[in-house]
Design a protein around this ligand. Structure first.
Ligand SMILES: [Zn+2]
Length: 459
């Protein structure tokens, strides 16, 4: 199947509509005030306010400086900080009701358990599970997501709840050359259908999600790289999650190769590996070619990169979605956060699915990443690390998805995506440190999605 012959809808993600405030116009203006407002791209504002008109931020600043229309609804949050809605870079919303499959289960026992559960799930499981996932995200202050869609309902759920982000249509199980054309044709049909479904969703784009270097042959990865480039699709892939994956990439050997050899094989086994780690292999297959704001790439996990891979990811502008709690639960190891930071790799945070995490709580993920980074850096730990982790959760997460012009900071004209969080120590002025170490999703008192209050808890 040639890409040209695949026909169907134009998969090029369109720009967000420019009609600012064109939706939510029937709502009165909303003024939210809190002890602190953290725009992220500007210094924190004590006793700050954000004025929302329609879907967008109309004004931000000290409370007394904001002029409001007479019909404005005002909500004040005492002892709280307001920050941009969080960006979760790696989820599988469809797996929400699976989890966790087991506490601390080794990765290579977890994968078959996940597949078994997937085969047993009735059709109505997936929409209910994906919708439950979106609700949990929003309750945790998250408004933007990089979500991998395996069965379909993940995209509909994100769209229904007006999440921003990218729904990556997953490509998996393409290892046999004889079936590749047929499988790519099926994938293209799925992509076309997804683009049609996402067409009316102003804040959601469709991307491509090649699963891993071992569930896809290198030939399949090359074809998927071509597809992503030809159709300008944002891309994500799980990469360097386990030591077995790295061994397989380098030598085509090890326990992973032995397992695959009994299930149809893999061209890396025949080739004796590619001699490099998985990030260089993915790059050689074209997955990171021609990246841009419109076609960003995110790799999930990134636990076992060598220095050459880290340098290549930095040079390509690929974002690593750190998933420290999932890695811990499945015994995969710890991502080299300090080395990634030192080499200027773009970073963000992801919870992964509830099949390998205890919650979709990005504040808990931030605390795990902060602790890991602190331990790895030792005496050279940057005292501004909490500010950086907050950026991963917000503006840098948005950049990873190519959406920083629309969200990720509290900036006039951007979507009014906000999270209001109760502070454990309101008198302590190190707000970033509190948010990165001392709060959990249960502290979220309000989440605003495109100007609408989507989650609210009274104190
Ligand atoms: Zn994943």
């Amino acid at each position: 199947m040639s890409l040209e012959a695949s026909g169907g809808a134009d998969l090029t993600p369109g720009p967000f509509p420019s009609g600012k405030g064109s939706h939510g116009g029937d709502r009165p203006p909303l003024l939210l005030t809190a002890d602190w407002v953290l725009p992220i791209t500007e210094p924190p504002i004590r006793d700050g306010a954000v004025l929302i008109v329609g879907e967008r931020i109309r004004a931000v600043g000290p409370r007394r400086s904001i002029e409001t229309p007479s019909n404005t609804v005002h909500r004040h949050y005492d002892g709280a900080a307001m920050l941009p809605g969080l960006v979760n870079l790696h989820t599988h919303l469809e797996y929400t009701n699976f989890g966790p499959l087991s506490e601390r289960q080794p990765f290579w026992e977890w994968i078959p358990a996940l597949i078994r559960r997937s085969h047993q799930a009735p059709a109505d499981f997936w929409p209910a599970s994906a919708n439950a996932g979106v609700r949990q995200l929003v309750a945790a202050g998250t408004t933007c997501v990089g979500d991998i869609v395996t069965f379909g309902p993940g995209l509909a759920a994100a769209r229904t709840h007006n999440l921003a982000g990218i729904s990556y249509i997953e490509a998996v199980g393409m290892r046999e050359r004889v079936r590749l054309d047929e499988q790519l044709a099926e994938l293209t049909t799925k992509l076309d259908r997804s683009v049609r479904l996402a067409a009316g969703a102003q804040r959601l784009r469709v991307g491509l999600g090649p699963h891993t270097i071992y569930t896809l042959s290198t030939v399949a990865l090359e074809r998927l790289g071509d597809l992503a480039q030809a159709r300008k699709l944002p891309l994500t892939i799980h990469l360097a999650e386990t030591v077995e994956e790295v061994e397989f990439s380098r030598s085509g050997q090890g326990s992973l190769a032995e397992g695959l050899a009994t299930k149809g094989g893999h061209d890396l086994i025949e080739a004796g590996g590619c001699g490099t780690g998985p990030a260089l292999l993915a790059d050689r297959c074209g997955l990171f070619e021609g990246l841009s704001l419109r076609r960003p790439a995110v790799v999930a996990h990134g636990v076992h990169f060598d220095d050459e891979e880290i340098a290549r990811l930095a040079a390509r502008g690929v974002t690593v979605a750190l998933c420290p709690r999932s890695n811990a639960m499945l015994g995969c190891g710890e991502a080299p956060i300090q080395r990634l930071v030192e080499q200027d790799v773009r970073l963000g945070l992801g919870t992964d699915s509830l099949a390998s995490n205890e919650s979709l709580d990005l504040f808990a993920e931030a605390a795990a990443a902060y602790a890991l980074w602190q331990r790895q850096a030792g005496a050279s730990f940057d005292p501004r690390a909490a500010d950086r982790v907050l950026r991963w959760l917000t503006i840098e997460g948005a950049q990873a998805l190519g959406l920083e012009q629309e969200l990720g900071s509290i900036t006039v004209g951007k979507y009014a995506d906000l999270a209001v969080v109760a502070l454990p120590h309101p008198g302590d002025t190190d707000i970033a440190k509190q948010l990165c170490t001392g709060v959990r999703a249960s502290a979220v008192r309000c989440t605003v999605v495109a100007g609408a209050i989507a989650h609210s808890v009274t104190a």
